[in-house]
Design a protein around this ligand. Structure first.
Ligand code: AMP
Ligand code: MG
Length: 360
């Protein structure tokens, strides 16, 4: 079985061809970072126009790389949400047109499900498993019970972690995209003890029950520290120390929340002989410090730590194609009148949260 996957829900125009053995036969990701850089963040209107201009070429390039004609595919899978609606609609229209023209089964994919199932593409992880999804728009702890069956145990009640990285980096005067630049800067901090003492930051919800997150207070505290620094050009060593403290704080919060989730996992799913998996995904999973902290935690808790390669952690078409394969195998296809959705919760039964969490 061979499926074309299309992803346009945020700031990457992406397509990939994947087969049911998990071989990625072609994978093209066109980032819009340069278009958004002057604005210091993603501008939805610019994103939609860029998808419109580039998607045809990205799909054509992907099919060329896979050395295939559309007619030889077994299906088309397209991100149907959640995401920036302009981009999602453009991807859906393109995918539906190919599906209609070549009489191919169509699957509208939940972007979050694609992140959650990537570990099955890369590592054949078996259900149930825990997922920490940390990206620019989402911060969630999920249990993947089966294809299409998820329990959302935690979400952010305000900002996503990637958003908090990006906004904090901007306050520190770092260029967009902030997350990776903040990590690079934190590496250059050479006095860790004094950095933590000087730039003490709050650990929102740490020590509290449950698996929810809150990051807006952390961002505010970063702003207050920046405002106290001498006016004018910020000193490199000052912001490096602040970036270091920020990263340590983010790591502590993630470990605390994931610790609760792991305890809940073992009591909810008393395991047989097999070590269950803990999967981390989303763009923030690229952060080496956070990865290391989560790896230690899961190792201590006897879970198998799975972090897909960076290219499959951030937005891409291969993860969308893979959901297409998982769903086509189960005859879970969609009619061509399926709508694009700005919000699409993976677990419709999960309690609504006041802030960012309501997105999904
Ligand atoms: P995504 O939303 O999955 O496309 O991922 C993008 C988000 O991941 C943005 O908020 C980035 O700033 C963040 N990100 C990417 N690399 C890193 C990193 N090394 N450390 C922290 N955040 C990162
Ligand atoms: Mg992205």
């Amino acid at each position: 079985m061979i499926v074309l996957g299309i992803e346009t829900s945020c700031d990457e125009t992406a397509a990939a061809v994947v087969d049911d053995h998990g071989t990625v036969r072609a994978d093209v990701v066109l980032s819009q970072i340069e278009e958004h850089r002057p604005f210091g963040g993603i501008v939805p209107e610019i994103a939609a126009r860029a998808h419109l201009e580039t998607l045809d070429g990205v799909i054509r390039g992907t099919m060329r790389e896979a050395d295939m004609e559309f007619a030889a595919l077994d299906g088309i899978a397209v991100t149907g949400g959640p995401g920036l609606i302009g981009g999602v609609m453009i991807g859906m229209m393109a995918g539906k047109a190919i599906s209609a023209a070549h009489h191919l089964p169509f699957v509208g994919v939940n972007h979050l499900e694609a992140h959650a199932l990537t570990a099955r593409l890369t590592d054949m992880v078996s259900f149930p498993y825990l997922v920490l999804l940390v990206s620019g728009g989402h911060t969630q702890i999920l249990v993947a019970e089966d294809v299409g069956v998820y329990k959302r145990w935690g979400t952010t009640i305000d900002d996503a972690l990637g958003e908090c990285f990006d906004k904090s980096a901007k306050l520190m005067g770092l260029p967009y995209p902030g997350g990776p630049n903040l990590e690079k800067l934190a590496f250059t901090c050479d006095d860790h003890v004094s950095a933590l003492k000087r730039f003490d930051l709050p650990r929102p919800l740490k020590g509290r029950e449950g698996c929810d997150f809150s990051f807006s207070g952390l961002k505010t505290a970063v702003r207050q520290h920046v405002e106290k620094l001498p006016a004018g050009n910020l000193k490199q060593s000052d912001v490096a120390a602040l970036a270091y403290s920020f990263q340590i704080t983010a790591g502590e919060v993630l470990v605390d929340r994931c610790h609760n989730a792991i305890e809940q996992f073992f009591s909810t799913y008393p395991q047989s002989d097999k070590m269950p998996a803990f999967v981390v995904c989303g763009g923030v999973a690229a952060n080496q410090h956070l990865r290391a902290r989560l790896k230690d935690l899961t190792h201590n808790k006897k879970m198998d730590f799975i972090a897909p390669p960076l290219s499959l952690c951030s937005d891409n078409g291969a993860m969308i194609a893979w959901v297409g394969i998982e769903k086509l195998k189960r005859n879970m296809t969609d009619a061509l009148d399926i709508a694009a959705r700005p919000r699409w919760p993976l677990d419709p039964t999960a309690e609504k949260r006041p802030g960012g969490g309501i997105k999904a």
